[in-house]
Design a protein around this ligand. Structure first.
Ligand SMILES: [Zn+2]
Length: 150
């Protein structure tokens, strides 16, 4: 699968303080939700790498949390940027631009996921709004299943 980047056009001026805030946070590392998930995993005795791309995948598509033993790639996705069904409405102003932009992010997520799956990784996506402990439980369970000798 080839990811086609669709340029949504020039970035419009932020129409509100809230939009400006969300735009500034783009691509920022070590977000609070991500930190909470990492801490919860660490407390469960799981060890992982942060912000890396596994061998054989696009080096520019970095994984938030990588559990190498069980081959689990975890992404902690912001509700706005990754279009969470509960909290990801397209902003009202510059709607068309935002729609293209956000669809592009989702398409890239799918593409990254397919590339990881192709080389044997399981992908877990955690929404920013999800409870970090519940997410860590889910990942821990999966890690145990995947590490079981076959
Ligand atoms: Zn959400």
């Amino acid at each position: 699968m080839v990811y086609e980047y669709v340029d949504p056009g020039p970035t419009p001026r932020a129409s509100s303080a809230a939009t400006a805030k969300v735009m500034r946070s783009t691509g920022r590392r070590d977000t609070v939700p991500e930190f909470r998930v990492r801490r919860a995993l660490h407390r469960r005795g799981l060890r992982f790498l942060v912000d890396v791309a596994p061998a054989g995948t696009n080096r520019r598509r970095r994984v938030d949390v990588l559990l190498r033993g069980p081959r689990i790639a975890v992404f902690v996705d912001g509700c706005f940027w990754h279009s969470c069904p509960l909290h990801g409405p397209v902003p009202k102003s510059n709607r068309e631009w935002w729609r293209r932009k956000l669809e592009g992010v989702v398409r890239r997520d799918r593409d990254t996921e397919a590339a990881l799956t192709a080389v044997g990784w399981s992908v877990v996506r955690v929404w920013e709004h999800e409870d970090a402990e519940a997410a860590a439980d889910r990942i821990e369970q999966m890690a145990r299943e995947r590490q079981r000798p076959r």
